[in-house]
Design a binder for this molecule. Structure first.
Ligand SMILES: Nc1ncnc2c1ncn2[C@@H]1O[C@H](COP(=O)(O)OP(=O)(O)O)[C@@H](O)[C@H]1O
Ligand SMILES: [Mg+2]
Length: 255
């Protein structure tokens, strides 16, 4: 069972990129670091300081959980770590590259090739099939249709949902939908996977199964996994928990 069906190469930059974008050689080292990260939201309701001077370094292959009360800034932090959102102050480095010094186009390119996202509410497109949902990131990355089909078939099989390929996501159970989202997050063979409460909508047994898949990605395939969770039992099974409170790091626990 090989997760990497990309000619045995672990390098995501083998896909042709005809758009003249910067190529990221991150296969050797994908250390993730934030320095003095702060995020302020200005809205009609007023000013919210969601994150204050956060400093974190996450090594390649680490499985890190982010834990904390509702509203403490976990999703805001995850979104900035994954370059989905920009900080108000501070920097994000991936493999030493100052990510927010890049153009929006370069950031989007980096994200699509290097990063996978999994959300609590799956965020699948219900108009189209399970297979198409899984393939979307590879269409954006201009993967060849042959490689795309091979790879999505493989991932659907690994995740135990091959028989659902032609179904619409809404006809699947929550656990199956989250497996589709995991398959989608893996489609471009990312080095780093972000998961925001991936088990939050699932019953305990199904949640544990989804967690075990992430654990496998970490231990067997050496992907970096950063997971927000409310579940202390699951957090204990990761390598390290970062506790967030009121937008600040309260403590870190190494297991
Ligand atoms: N887009 C936004 N606009 C204004 N305030 C926001 C926005 N996103 C998050 N917040 C606020 O930032 C704080 C942290 O939110 P969030 O990161 O979602 O917390 P958590 O994921 O830990 O529940 C909360 O006070 C929330 O209301
Ligand atoms: Mg959240």
């Amino acid at each position: 069972m090989a997760l990497n069906t990309n000619n045995g190469s672990n390098n995501n930059n083998t896909h042709p990129s005809n758009d003249g974008n910067h190529d990221f050689d991150v296969s050797s080292d994908a250390t993730l670091a934030v320095e003095n990260l702060s995020k302020v939201f200005e809205s009609a309701a007023g000013r919210v300081v969601a994150l204050r001077r956060i400093n974190i370094t996450i090594n390649k292959g680490e499985f890190v959980s982010i834990v904390g009360p509702s509203g403490s800034g976990k999703s805001t932090l995850l979104n900035i770590l994954g370059a989905l959102d920009k900080p108000s102050f501070g920097k994000l480095f991936i493999s030493g590259i100052d990510i927010f010094s890049l153009s929006d186009k370069e950031i989007a390119h980096m994200r699509n090739n290097l990063i996978g996202f999994i959300f609590q509410s799956y965020n699948l497109i219900n108009r189209t099939t399970v297979r198409r949902n899984v393939e979307i990131p590879s269409i954006i990355a201009r993967m060849s249709s042959k490689e795309r089909a091979n790879r999505s078939s493989r991932l659907l099989e690994i995740l135990g949902i091959a028989t659902k390929a032609k179904f619409k996501p809404a006809s699947l159970s929550g656990g199956q939908q989250q497996r589709v989202a995991i398959a989608r997050s893996l489609m471009n063979n990312p080095t780093i996977i972000f998961a925001d409460e991936p088990t939050g909508n699932l019953d305990t047994k199904t949640g544990n199964e989804v967690f075990d898949l992430l654990r496998l990605l970490s231990s067997k395939y050496r992907r970096t996994i950063i997971m927000v969770t409310h579940n202390a039992d699951l957090a204990k099974k990761t390598d390290r928990s970062i506790y967030i409170r009121d937008g600040q790091i309260e403590k870190e626990i190494l297991y």
